[in-house]
Design a protein around this ligand. Structure first.
Ligand code: HEM
Length: 146
């Protein structure tokens, strides 16, 4: 039944992935600038940007990525669970990406309360985490190396 819609589900899955990744790559950058911002108008503007990015783009895109990805994986015609270890590797890495999302949302809450204790160097370094995970996930799902 799902097989008929498979390419459509996959297209929407990729759209959701792109939107989620955009946020995961941009939010730590916003935190870098936020660390440098002066208290007052500048800092308040960053708080609004961070909260909106999380609520309007990142959270819905993460839920859509998971929902559509799980729909793809449960299409019986494709038997992805028996197709190799890549799918398990992919899911582990997506769980790590979701953990990273959760960490960023806790950082945004700390910034919102003016209680952030981390410096801009920290956020510049963790900016590489979603990049590395994304490269590994895309290789796993496209190349299916094992
Ligand atoms: C738990 C969440 C996810 C599940 C269960 C899932 C599962 C799947 C499945 C079963 C496919 C179809 C593979 C095929 O038709 O060959 C797929 C396609 C794809 N997924 Fe995911 N996925 C998830 C999250 C992600 C994430 C976070 C990314 C990227 C960061 C991603 C990137 C892609 C890409 C690029 C494709 C297209 C691959 C192709 O057509 O060759 N997925 N996903």
């Amino acid at each position: 039944m799902f097989a008929e819609f498979y390419p459509w589900i996959k297209a929407l899955h990729i759209v959701a992935v792109i939107s989620w990744m955009a946020g995961l790559l941009y939010l730590p950058r916003l935190f870098v600038y936020h660390c440098r911002a002066e208290a007052g108008v500048q800092s308040e503007t960053f708080k609004v940007m961070e909260e909106r990015l999380l609520r309007v783009i990142m959270r819905p895109a993460m839920i859509a990525t998971w929902g559509l990805g799980l729909m793809l994986v449960f299409v019986p015609e494709y038997q992805w669970w028996q197709s190799g270890w890549w799918i398990y590797g992919k899911i582990i890495l997506v769980v790590l990406l979701t953990g990273f999302h959760d960490f960023l949302s806790r950082c945004a809450k700390a910034f919102a309360k003016d209680a952030n204790a981390r410096d801009e160097k920290f956020f510049r370094i963790i900016n590489e985490v979603p990049t590395v995970l994304m490269i590994a996930i895309v290789i796993l799902v496209v190349v299916k190396p094992f």
